[in-house]
Design a protein around this ligand. Structure first.
Ligand SMILES: *Cc1c(COP(=O)(O)O)cnc(C)c1O
Length: 384
């Protein structure tokens, strides 16, 4: 699914020497590499504060702790996402409220958000799933009208742009009140272990969060709030510093692969290729263009509409082609998150997508020969 080795070969010298420098300096925790990476990422994202932490799941949890959400507060998020998003809501004894997604972007449906709002709703967590921004024009408008926080789960969207209908362009993760991301190795900006970060433009919130990640301390050994221990280590920061200047190139390479996949699947029955929904790309007839940069293809995900998805996955396995089903079970049907408030009729899209989606190999090192082999194998099988 990913080719971390091929990507490493390109930056080997730099990564090796900066990792060795960290080891020689013994500044393993909160060393200068962490601080430099933080500054460089702030600049790249054009966001005032980046607070590094241990992983993307922590980042989400810490964002919610920083906002002071309290048990019983309702937090609306997508039914079709990785479990981490809903897990931290439940862990903090907040009430997760799962809602349906859009069939073309796979992202949270603003109409479903509106329907789910109650007097107890405190926040919305849009996930920029598979590398494309959720509809932030509508989500920010809903949040403003109902006085809600917006926490962007940007684990899959780092580097993507969002173009507002008024023409403003912002990086995902710099739009809501606070955002989280993950540097898990297979993410678009991945380190060589675990890592994550929280972003915000709010000075006060950034100050609170810097204490939360550090045992609730604002002054050494003075614990003002209940915190956690969540740090990005210096070795991972050194890896990320080597990779950040290449992030746009990496995302372009992913888009190039997506474009080739889309071309191969054009007009093929029973296969729906991913759509780019950005406000800019709409004007470009759904072209996957590097200028708009509104989809960074963390995953390239097809819908197989004739009931053969599982057979196709088996067939690809037999042929030695990696694939994945993200995600096979709606969160509202997971044992840990079932809730009487849910009604199957409220999740028609997610219930359909879990039966149809299949993600193909997507990384920065895919070549034409691999893409030809993958697409031919799929097309031959689906309509045979
Ligand atoms: C990867 C991911 C996370 C969690 O990141 P970790 O670093 O693995 O904890 C959270 N949300 C989404 C949408 C993800 O894809």
């Amino acid at each position: 699914m990913v080719d971390l080795k091929g990507q490493y070969e390109q930056i080997k010298e730099q990564v090796n020497s900066s990792v060795l420098d960290v080891i020689n300096s013994t500044a393993f925790i909160n060393g200068p590499e962490v601080h430099s990476f933080q500054k460089e990422l702030e600049e790249y994202l054009d966001v005032k504060h980046v607070i590094p932490c241990a992983n993307g799941t922590d980042a989400l949890q810490i964002a919610m702790m920083g906002l002071g959400l309290e048990p019983g507060d309702e937090v609306i998020t997508a039914d079709f996402t990785f479990a981490a998003t809903v897990e931290v809501i439940a862990l903090l004894r907040l009430t997760p409220v799962l809602v349906d997604v859009e069939p073309d972007s796979f992202n949270i449906d603003p109409a479903a958000i509106k329907k789910a709002i109650t007097p107890r709703t405190k926040a919305i967590v849009p996930v920029h799933l598979f590398g494309q921004s959720a509809n932030m024009d509508e989500i920010m408008a809903i949040a403003k009208e109902h006085d809600l926080y917006v926490i962007e789960d940007n684990a899959q969207g780092i580097g993507a742009n969002y173009k507002f209908t008024n023409g403003n362009v912002t990086k995902t993760g710099a739009i809501g009140h606070v955002a989280s991301t993950s540097f898990f190795p297979s993410k678009n900006l991945g380190c060589y272990g675990d890592g994550g970060a929280i972003f915000t433009n709010d000075d006060e919130l950034a100050h609170i969060i810097r204490g939360v990640v550090n045992h609730g301390m604002y002054k050494r050994y003075h614990h003002d709030v209940v915190g956690v221990n969540s740090r990005l280590d210096s070795i991972q920061a050194a890896v990320l510093r080597a990779k950040l200047p290449n992030l746009d190139t990496y995302n372009n390479a992913r888009r190039t692969a997506a474009r080739k996949y889309n071309k191969a699947f054009e007009g093929i029955q029973n296969i729906i290729a991913p759509k780019v929904k950005g406000n800019d790309c709409n004007t470009h007839e759904n072209e996957i263009c590097d200028t708009c940069n509104c989809h960074v293809f963390h995953q390239y995900t097809l819908r197989i509409t004739n009931g053969k998805r599982d057979n196709l996955a088996q067939h690809l396995n037999d042929k030695g082609i990696p694939c994945g089903v993200y995600y096979p079970i709606p969160l509202h049907s997971q044992k840990a998150y079932v809730d009487d408030r849910y009604n199957e009729a409220d999740f028609p899209v997610t219930n359909q997508l879990v039966k149809e989606v299949i993600s193909l190999p997507m990384h920065t090192e895919l070549d034409d020969e691999q893409i030809d082999f993958i697409t031919k194998t799929i097309i031959d099988f689906v309509n045979s």
